[in-house]
Design a protein. Structure first.
Ligand SMILES: Cc1cc2nc3c(=O)[nH]c(=O)nc-3n(C[C@H](O)[C@H](O)[C@H](O)COP(=O)(O)OP(=O)(O)OC[C@H]3O[C@@H](n4cnc5c(N)ncnc54)[C@H](O)[C@@H]3O)c2cc1C
Ligand code: FES
Ligand code: FES
Lengths: 504, 780
């Protein structure tokens, strides 16, 4: 037992300290309408393993165990007001404890009165399944789309279907039959998930457990699900090695694939308030557990360039679980939001036992995965100034495959310009060093220059000199150097083409 | 009306969409079942110095650890050449080669043991590339050749000669369900093996061979696979053998399931090729001679490499008549996991070589590649013999090319693409048409046989079992339709039983696109025999009771679920009634059917023969859009035309076409197997290995079946469809080549396959400079 007695003592002392609050030593989740109380070892399993090997619900398939194929897609329903909002997630990278107080719907729970639902019927009629191994995941993802169509009863568009299935790989069909199945799904027959599983009952039942925070232990592992920021900070302060597993889309992959085995785990899923997004004084404020999906919805109108990047970020499943804070703290040099946060001068609010402090995005990263973050601190909010009307913002994500692929190279450029004179530019590149970099020399060079192709060609050469990329599975260093150089040319041409479009 | 020709749902569709279909790892765990895994060689080449299992055997929950010494039968086997070891003996020859089989009570225990197995290996320098293998003269077999005419005379006749090298990369099958098997031990050392395999008979045979059992002691059952694509033709055998070893030793059920990373790292895939060519042609682009050397990277053991190479060679002509041809084939031995069957089976690698040559000729002459292709295309009455001597009968290639050019509006779009490339600062476009002619039949003659068993029960329902395995391709559905039609009953009355070696013996792999051709024909053979008996019974029955006719089986008609005598059509029996009557008359209601493809053979000593029963043909037009700065590539539109004869199930066949095209698109664009210098596969999961995503599907995707009712050599006039459309995606690669050529001819010439964004950018970036350099040179 790695976790010594003293540490276990602390856990119980902590529980006693929270005496005024009752605790549960089990996770409560609902699977296809049935309540499951999960304690001990099972609470620490990936949901997909729990479903397949504990519940013998083998419809949910496992292929990659890292969120990249969607075979394990299930719906996770969280209470929101007096409804339950269902969203597809990858069951292979969600541990059971992350689903406390959630209602999970699996492929086994999607028939209507024992009959195939409208999506399933259409998949059968359109030969949407060949080997069938991707099919449960595809059907679940597609049912989530048609859940949203229940009210309007409008058919789904091809684009909507594609976007709903970005997280699901199929090796057999070439997707065309699946898309056709989506297009031909009879929305008249579509039944809302909340009709299939009346929300009230589940919400009431969840309500009974809501007041108790789960503190689950198995051998040397402990999971705690605080209900407030102060509880979370307190816990983190007491247990220096606490790992926050929020969306888990980074951590759970490390657990499944790289042998990472955190002992003290906390999820902020039940902390109220922390998932809000709002705009105040030209600043977008994103809560510490707001998901990337929420963020994408919010910025579609506000910052379309950022929405475009979020569109190609991961998949719906990843974005429904993954958070902005997670992307920030995971500190990958190819994290797609960071270059944008750099050039927008975003700041992070960190809450620790000493209170809240604010750190600028580009001074948060001290080295490869080294952060200006104390062991008791939590990212509780991210403040992003909205781009000014006068400025041009462009974001780039270069990857082998356009959708659902980790970047080889990323870039963010914000430029202020008066006619053909560049006033200032802020540039950040990712995938070119241990951390995302601002390019001070290139920025300095551009300030005051003429807005011409030559300027950007020259700037590209300078940019190339400011970075030191490495070769890895996602690309050779030379490729990254070329991208770093020429992406500024692309920026120039794109600005120009837009201008031309305006002129027309 | 029969069901053949109709778009009937896949026979597992309802189970698939509801998650109720059962795959190996969905089978309930038996009480005392063991988990099996293996310790794999971490190095590509080396000598085993010692194997220490002490620590591993002390891991709680470990039940057995087995090395080659524990094998009682034979450790060595192989589908063509017996050059594979189940468990490494003195040396290891590829990363992932099994050394120790681990059996434990739980997955956790097995993983813990795998970590502490201590194998000391003297590491030797690995051979990873074709060049290295050529330099070290490491080959898996003797070279092969196909020769026709006189290439020297052909070159002399030519106006121009081009020489070059073409490189195509490997591909992972990326079937979603990993390799898997469960083995149940029985009495007298018998074993029942459930395997996710395309080849149950091989699994059975090799298990018996390895364990020293008789073949009749091992039953292999395959309900279905979660995808195969060739990857489970030979390489499903190893996991099944390892689990069998455990079940045999422990007398406990044993389960093995490869996770994705191990599966991708340790099993082989599509063969990479490196081809040198010298082509002579007239000023009009007509080829006068071709000499090409095809080198393939076979990996550490032959597996099916020589056969794959053979198919590459018999497809090196693709759709083109080459009067003087000299095609050589070399199977290189390297330290990669043995490469194996993969949809197309070398065909795509042979075809893309000649398609690249077509592009090169067009580039050189400044012609539209479509015109060069048309000029070289096989003729109908003449210029229609392949380099290996088979005549292309029923040749639809010229018609297909014309059709696709028309329906895709090729000429106009080509002009638009040219204009676009002149004006766009940010993007490039390319458009290309390529044809395909794919030979159907196993090139190994004896494999072209199949047997089937048809059983009719007293209620008139039918159970069919054949050697065809179901991996999603719909073979079972098509056979079900064929059988239903023989008895004129509803296909729902027919169930396809899991493929099992105790019902169908000595079967061939479900491969070469021919599963329905062979097994469907065998099933129909059985049905015909039963129907004859039923007709006799019906003739007696329907002529009794003063019907005033004498019994005549030839007047008996099976139609719409009924049986009647043509002369008294009003008096009908249902199918179930006649079956029941026949049963009571003590008539045999079960039958075995058999089929052997007639008239095919090939002689590799002379490189001539008649290897194929017929050719499946098609043509495609693909248009790509490329970002000049990032190399991002989109296939914006694809128009596919396939001649698949009279389709047994157009819905299922269409699915094969779309699926194969997209899989082929992956091969030529984003799917890249990257390895470290030591041979470690770096792209071993979908995070780093990128198969096409739903967003990559062409926004305009037209798929059409070309009318052809003349393929009377095959069952119901149908044609095999599984592999051929894979090759249509070569048009994506040639379109990329053309897009790049619009910027730099030199860059286009360098382009390798796959054309990843990186490959595209690096070709263009390095050529800009060298183009300048060479310009300087010419001035000086
Ligand atoms: C299939 C797949 C595709 C992906 N695609 C992309 C992509 O396109 N672009 C990209 O950038 N990333 C991608 N990712 C990575 C990942 O999804 C993102 O980094 C995501 O934002 C992580 O958020 P999370 O909530 O899941 O983090 P988690 O995994 O829960 O946590 C990540 C880290 O952040 C810490 N953490 C989380 N929340 C807080 C908090 N509030 N305060 C302090 N620490 C915290 C955790 O302790 C951990 O160290 C992908 C991942 C997968 C599996
Ligand atoms: S198994 Fe691939 S995403 Fe979960
Ligand atoms: S049907 Fe086989 S992977 Fe989709």
């Amino acid at each position: 037992m790695l976790l010594g007695c003293w540490q276990r003592y602390h856990i119980y002392a902590f529980a006693r300290w929270l005496n005024f609050k009752p605790m549960r030593d089990y996770i409560v989740l609902y699977i296809n309408g049935k309540e499951c109380r999960v304690a001990g070892a099972d609470a620490f399993l990936p949901l997909s393993s729990y479903l397949r090997y504990v519940q013998s619900a083998t419809g949910t398939k496992v292929v990659c165990e890292e969120g990249d194929c969607g075979a394990c897609t299930v719906l996770s329903g969280a209470v929101s007001g007096d409804e339950i909002a269902y969203r597809p997630i990858n069951a292979c990278i969600q541990n059971v404890y992350q689903l406390d107080l959630r209602h999970v719907i699996t492929i086994e729970g999607l028939k209507v009165d024992g009959e195939l639902n409208c999506v399933q019927k259409s998949m059968v009629q359109n030969q949407g399944a060949q080997c069938g191994f991707c099919t449960p995941g595809i059907v679940v993802a597609m049912c989530s789309l048609f859940d949203k169509k229940c009210e309007s009863k409008t058919p789904a568009t091809e684009e909507e279907i594609r976007d709903a299935l970005t997280g699901n790989l199929c090796r057999c069909t070439g997707y065309e039959p699946i898309i056709r199945a989506g297009l031909e799904t009879n929305t008249e027959e579509a039944i809302a998930l909340r009709a299939l599983y009346p929300s009230r009952q589940i919400i009431e039942s969840i309500g009974k457990h809501k007041g108790d925070a789960p503190l689950v232990q198995y051998e040397e592992r402990i999971f705690f699900g605080p209900q407030s920021i102060s509880e979370a900070v307190e816990f983190k302060a007491k247990h220096a090695g606490t790992t926050i597993i929020q969306g888990g889309t980074d951590v759970c992959v490390q657990m499944n694939k790289r042998g990472f085995d955190p002992k003290v785990i906390m999820s902020l899923n039940n902390v109220s308030g922390l998932n809000e997004l709002n705009v105040e004084d030209g600043i977008l404020r994103v809560g510490g557990r707001a998901t990337l999906a929420q963020l994408e919805e919010k910025v579609t109108q506000l910052i379309p360039e950022f929405a475009d990047i979020l569109w190609v970020f991961g998949s719906p499943q990843i974005k429904n679980a993954g958070t902005l804070a997670g992307n920030i703290v995971n500190a990958s040099p190819i994290a797609d939001t960071i270059p944008f946060l750099y050039v927008m001068d975003a700041e992070f609010e960190l809450t620790g036992s000493k209170g809240v402090r604010k750190v600028k995005a580009d001074s948060f990263y001290k080295g490869y995965k080294k952060l200006d973050l104390q062991s008791d601190e939590i990212v509780t909010q991210v403040n992003i100034p909205l781009p000014k009307k006068s400025s041009t913002l462009k974001l780039y994500k270069v990857s082998k495959r356009k959708n659902l692929d980790i970047s080889t190279f990323t870039a963010a450029v914000v430029m202020e310009r008066e006619n053909d004179q560049i006033r200032s530019a802020r540039i950040a590149y990712g995938g070119v060093a241990e951390v995302v970099l601002r390019l001070p020399k290139t920025e300095e060079f551009l300030a005051g220059k003429k807005f011409t192709e030559e300027t950007f060609v020259a700037a590209g050469k300078i940019a190339r000199g400011e970075i030191r990329p490495i070769s890895d599975v996602r690309g050779e260093a030379d490729f990254r150097l070329i991208l770093a150089e020429t992406i500024l040319e692309k920026f120039f041409h794109e600005c120009n083409e837009e201008q031309a479009a305006w002129a027309r | 009306m029969g069901s053949v020709g109709k778009d009937i749902a896949h026979d597992s569709a309802v189970g698939h969409v509801s998650g109720e279909s059962i795959y190996i790892d969905d089978m309930a765990f038996a009480k005392n079942e063991l988990i099996v895994d293996f310790y794999a060689s971490p190095v590509a080449n080396g000598k085993i110095v010692s194997i220490d299992l002490t620590r591993a055997s002390n891991v709680p929950g470990i039940v057995g650890l087995y090395t080659h010494k524990d094998i009682e039968g034979h450790n060595k086997f192989g589908p063509i050449i017996a050059d594979e070891y189940l468990l490494a003996e003195e040396k290891v020859e590829f990363i992932g080669q099994p050394i120790v089989v681990i059996a434990g009570e739980t997955r956790k225990a097995v993983l813990a043991a795998r970590k502490v197995i201590d194998v000391k290996i003297d590491v030797l320098e690995p051979t990873l590339t074709i060049d290295q293998s050529i330099a070290r003269k490491q080959y898996l077999a003797e070279p092969r050749f196909i020769k026709r005419g006189d290439v020297d005379a052909g070159f002399a006749e030519a106006d121009h000669i081009l020489e070059g090298r073409f490189i195509s990369g490997g591909q992972d099958h990326f079937y979603l369900e990993g390799q898997a098997a469960i083995v149940y031990p029985g009495e007298y050392d018998n074993l029942v093996v459930h395997s996710s395999t395309q080849h149950p008979s091989e699994v059975q045979e090799v298990i018996a061979h390895v364990l020293g059992l008789q073949q009749n002691q091992v039953v292999c059952i395959t309900k279905r696979m979660g995808g195969g694509f060739g990857g489970k033709e030979c390489q499903a055998t190893h996991p099944a053998c390892m689990a069998s070893l455990v079940a045999h030793k422990t007398k406990r059920p044993a389960r093995i399931v490869y996770n994705k990373d191990d599966d991708m790292s340790f099993t082989g895939g599509r063969h990479p090729f490196q081809n040198d060519y010298k082509v002579g042609f007239t000023k009009d682009g007509v080829i006068t001679a071709l000499k090409t050397d095809l080198y393939t990277n076979g990996g550490a053991a032959n597996d099916l490499s020589t056969a794959v190479l053979g198919r590459a060679m018999t497809h090196a002509d693709n759709a083109y008549f080459i009067a003087n041809a000299h095609i050589n084939g070399y199977a290189c031995k390297t330290n990669l996991p043995p490469n194996t069957a993969f949809r197309g089976f070398g065909g795509p690698q042979g075809v893309v070589n000649i398609e690249n040559i077509m592009e090169e000729i067009a580039l050189f002459l400044g012609k539209d590649p479509f015109d060069v292709r048309s000029a070289n295309c096989y003729g109908i009455e003449e210029r229609n013999t392949t380099p290996y001597g088979q005549i292309v009968y029923n040749n639809l290639l010229p018609a297909l090319l014309k059709k696709v050019a028309e329906t895709s509006d090729y000429k106009n779009r080509l002009e638009a693409v040219k204009k676009f490339n002149q004006t766009s600062k940010t993007h490039l476009k390319g458009i290309s048409i390529t044809p395909v002619k794919f030979g159907i039949s196993f090139t190994t003659k004896f494999l072209n046989q199949a047997n089937a068993m048809v059983l009719i029960y007293k209620d008139g329902t039918v159970l069919v079992s054949t050697g065809a395995t179901e991996m999603g391709q719909g073979a079972n559905t098509k056979i079900r339709q064929l059988v239903a039609d023989e008895f004129a009953i509803d296909p729902n009355m027919v169930i396809m039983a899991p493929t099992a070696t105790d019902k169908n013996n000595n079967t061939s792999a479900t491969a070469a696109s021919a599963a329905t051709d062979l097994n469907g024909s065998a099933a129909v053979d059985a049905c015909v025999k039963i129907r004859q008996r039923l007709a006799e019974c019906a003739a007696n029955y329907l002529s009794s009771d003063g019907a005033g006719i004498s019994p005549s089986p030839s007047h008996i008609v099976f139609a719409d679920g009924n049986v009647f005598d043509k002369r008294r059509p009003d008096k009908k029996l249902t199918f179930a009634e006649i079956v029941s009557a026949a049963y009571h008359e003590r008539i045999n209601l079960g039958e075995r059917g058999f089929y052997a493809t007639p008239g095919i053979d090939f002689n590799w000593k002379t490189g001539v023969g008649q290897p194929f029963l017929y050719y499946t043909q098609g043509a495609a037009c693909s248009e790509v859009l490329i970002d000049r700065f990032t190399g991002e590539l989109k296939v914006v539109r694809a128009d596919l035309w396939m001649d698949i004869g009279k389709s047994i199930n157009p819905g299922i066949d269409r699915g094969q076409i779309t699926g194969a095209y997209i899989q082929g698109m992956g091969w030529v664009t984003t799917e890249e197997l990257r390895r470290s210098e030591d041979g470690v596969l770096l792209s071993h999961s979908p995070t780093t290995y990128k198969i096409p995503n739903v967003q990559d599907m062409p926004r305009v995707f037209n798929v059409d079946l070309f009318d052809n009712d003349k393929n009377d050599v095959n069952i119901k006039g149908s044609k095999a469809v599984g592999e051929p459309p894979f090759l249509l995606a070569i048009s994506v690669w040639t379109a990329v080549k053309q897009a790049i050529a619009s910027v730099s001819k030199e860059a286009a010439q360098k382009l390798k396959l796959p054309a990843t964004n990186e490959e595209i950018i690096m070709c263009m970036a390095t050529s800009k400079k060298s183009a300048l350099a060479s310009a300087k040179q010419t001035k000086a």
